[in-house]
Unconditional design. Structure first.
Length: 507
């Protein structure tokens, strides 16, 4: 038996030679089979031991499990790639503790080098983030922390001056102000950023990922075209479109799902991304009820409306009439209701990203309107304490995955990396167990079966059929029979993209 490196990271992928995978379980719980792959497709399936001799590779998989390739339906790829090199303050229990970590990091860096960190969650902190805390420890260089949900940034005075906000009273920027400040920060070179992204893609392939939907706030089609023309990327990418790029995309005649001209045909046009509200941790998710301690009549007491309903309807109609499907960020129950109303008015297909808090009357509407729910199950695990405080009395309808499935909705699972790690097994385990520590499951009635979590992580591919694209993952164990810890840490034996190895025995 010989193996050939057919998709080495950093080189253009060669055409994969024919391959026979022998003695592999065909899908979770499936029969022991031999699977023939040719020209990037599943060409034939035989009972184990009955495949005829053929040219190309032959690999005995010794009873492992063959699954459809996994997708992460919500990623911010540049931010995820950069986060792998940043200070992690996700464990900080107060603003003071986070600031101390920044001070220690600054002391270890060369003089003048900025300190950039990520992962803070101030929703449960006893003290408030403030520039003075950072200034006291890091007075001589920019310091910046990005919140876990990407909706806040905390800067010291030097950092604020760097982004043109030297007169900001607190240094804590929320929502649009945060996004604008991030766009003004000096960035790594395009070449270095692309290298980091490719490295992150290789790491994703090692966990069985064959595709992502990228929601980076950027000209994603242009950026991914450049990357894929420069060096091999071991993933398919659906590149989202944001408002600044919408008219140009319409002018080019682009449509969601269209395959673009890049090596291997790995790049497709993704959905049109819009924001209707903020996030739970920042208390800007738009809700029907006011947040605890807020005066209901005051602005912001129910969260933040990012887009008026009439403008949302107009943008959905504009994009969908040209074949570009919308993907709408909506977290609070009021934002989800408003977004579903817009879909009903326009009568187009699309997605709601997050759908974290839902009014009971809105749960059946996803299936009725043909709107996919793009959910991030690890948020349910990570946010349980914040939700219990700020959505008290409503958490039975938060992250309501089981209720959505029961109502006929289609779930697409993702990580929202860097908010959670880009690891589909962690995502699935969170959906199945509703806990990430020693505590009992949080709202166990909203757990979903492993088979449904797999379907939500494979673009709905529950089976492997002859004629399918050979985007496949080989696992050491059957996901249907393992315990929760093994599911979370699932050992991945190999990953194939169009029948070429992106991780595994030939690499």
């Amino acid at each position: 038996m010989t193996h050939t490196n057919t998709a080495a990271p950093g080189n253009r992928p060669a055409t994969a030679e024919p391959l026979t995978l022998r003695r592999v379980h065909l899908g979770a719980g499936g029969p022991l089979s031999d699977v023939r792959i040719e020209s990037g497709l599943v060409n034939a399936v035989f009972p184990a031991g009955e495949s005829p001799r053929a040219d190309g590779q032959s690999l005995d998989l010794d009873g492992r499990t063959l699954l459809p390739g996994l997708w992460d339906s919500h990623v911010h790829m540049v931010q995820w790639a950069g986060l792998r090199r940043r200070l992690d303050v996700s464990g900080a229990r107060s603003a003071r503790e986070a600031a101390d970590a920044v001070g220690r990091q600054a002391a270890a860096l060369p003089a003048g080098e900025p300190v950039i960190g990520h992962g803070f969650r101030d929703g449960l902190w006893p003290d408030a983030p403030h520039k003075d805390l950072l200034d006291a420890l890091v007075p001589d260089r920019p310091a910046l922390l990005i919140s876990m949900d990407l909706h806040s940034a905390w800067l010291n005075s030097a950092g604020l001056a760097l982004v043109g906000r030297g007169d900001h009273p607190t240094g804590l920027l929320r929502e649009d102000e945060c996004i604008q400040a991030m766009a003004e920060l000096p960035t790594a070179s395009v070449e270095l950023t692309d290298q980091w992204v490719r490295e992150a893609c290789v790491a994703a392939a090692a966990r069985g990922i064959t595709g992502i939907v990228d929601f980076e706030y950027a000209d994603n089609i242009a950026d991914w075209t450049r990357r894929m023309n420069g060096a091999a990327v071991p993933l398919r990418v659906a590149a989202s479109i944001w408002s600044p790029q919408l008219e140009a995309a319409i002018g080019r005649g682009l449509r969601t799902g269209q395959i673009l001209d890049t090596p291997g045909g790995l790049l497709e046009v993704g959905p049109f991304k819009l924001l209707t509200d903020g996030s739970l941790n920042t208390r800007t998710a738009l809700c029907h009820e006011a947040y605890p301690g807020a005066v209901p009549s005051e602005p912001g007491s129910h969260g933040l409306e990012q887009l008026p309903p009439q403008e949302l309807v107009s943008l959905l109609r504009r994009a969908s009439s040209h074949g570009i499907e919308p993907a709408i960020h909506a977290i609070g129950d009021r934002a989800n209701e408003m977004t579903l109303d817009a879909f009903e008015a326009v009568r187009c297909h699309g997605r709601i990203e997050h759908g974290q808090l839902l009014a009971p009357k809105d749960i059946p509407r996803f299936a009725e309107l043909g709107v996919t729910v793009s959910v991030q199950p690890t948020h349910a695990v990570d946010d349980r304490d914040v939700a219990d405080r700020h959505w008290a009395g409503r958490t039975h309808r938060a992250y309501a995955f089981a209720d959505l499935l029961a109502a006929g909705a289609v779930l697409a699972l993702g990580s929202d990396a860097p908010v959670a790690p880009l690891d589909p097994w962690l995502t699935m385990a969170s959906a199945v167990t509703r806990t990430g520590d020693e505590r009992p499951p949080w709202h166990p009635e909203q757990r979903i079966p492993v088979a449904d979590a797999l379907a939500g992580s494979t673009r709905g591919r529950r089976l492997i059929r002859v004629g399918d694209r050979a985007d496949l993952v080989v696992t050491e164990a059957d996901p249907l029979t393992v315990d929760a810890l093994t599911l979370r840490e699932m050992p991945v034996h190999a990953t194939l993209l169009s029948g070429a190895w992106t991780h595994g025995p030939s690499l």
